[in-house]
Design a binder for this molecule. Structure first.
Ligand code: ADP
Length: 178
């Protein structure tokens, strides 16, 4: 399948998507928070938080760029992949590399579990303050590079929430060559 046919850009609430996994822009404690993290825990119910607590009991905290998986609780999605994006400090603290890793490690976990569809929010572009255009470029590059060399996940959805991100991602999708 062509790369372009494996990527979808949409605008909406990620908690409503019936996919194999949605990705959570979590914080290192995995204890929930605001933004998309809060929305996922509210919609998914207490089961997700219980699983997050068990993970943290084992690993202490989730480092920036890393990813772990739980069930989807009451969500339509079967699983939640929790990853931590970088806080924007101006670009000189490896933010681009860490943001790319958050995407790539989430995709690698999906592949490992045999998941076929995954939806990403615009990681780090809320409270963490990453400039939206730069974040979209990093996300798109990380996902397209990964898909070129991996058959799974078959399908990646960029679930944009605000108008600006939606517009940026649509532009990037139109620019895919093959
Ligand atoms: P971060 O701390 O990584 O910046 P945020 O949750 O603050 O995480 O923001 C990440 C992105 O998620 C932002 O672009 C925000 O607009 C978006 N967002 C917030 N709620 C939802 C939702 N229900 N579905 C999809 N995206 C959401």
């Amino acid at each position: 399948m062509k790369l372009k046919d494996r990527i979808e850009v949409m605008q909406g609430d990620i908690t409503r998507l019936k996919v194999d996994a949605i990705v959570n822009a979590a914080n290192p404690s995995l204890m929930g928070g605001g933004g998309v993290d809060g929305a996922i825990h509210r919609a998914g119910g207490p089961q997700i938080l219980e699983e997050c607590k068990a993970i943290i009991a084992k690993i202490g905290q989730l480092d920036t760029g890393k990813a772990v998986i739980t069930s989807g609780g009451n969500l339509p999605a079967a699983h939640v992949i929790h990853t931590v994006g970088p806080v924007w400090h101006g670009g000189g603290q490896q933010e681009a590399k860490l943001l790319a890793e958050a995407y790539t490690n989430s995709l690698a976990l999906a592949s490992e579990k045999g998941l076929r569809s995954i939806a990403f929010p615009n990681i780090s572009t809320g409270v963490y303050g990453y400039p939206k255009r730069e974040a979209a470029q990093v996300a798109f590059r990380a996902v397209t590079d990964y898909l070129k060399t991996h058959p799974l996940p078959e399908r990646v959805i960029f679930c944009c929430f605000d108008d600006k991100n939606y517009q940026l991602y649509q532009e990037l999708l139109q620019n895919i060559k093959d």
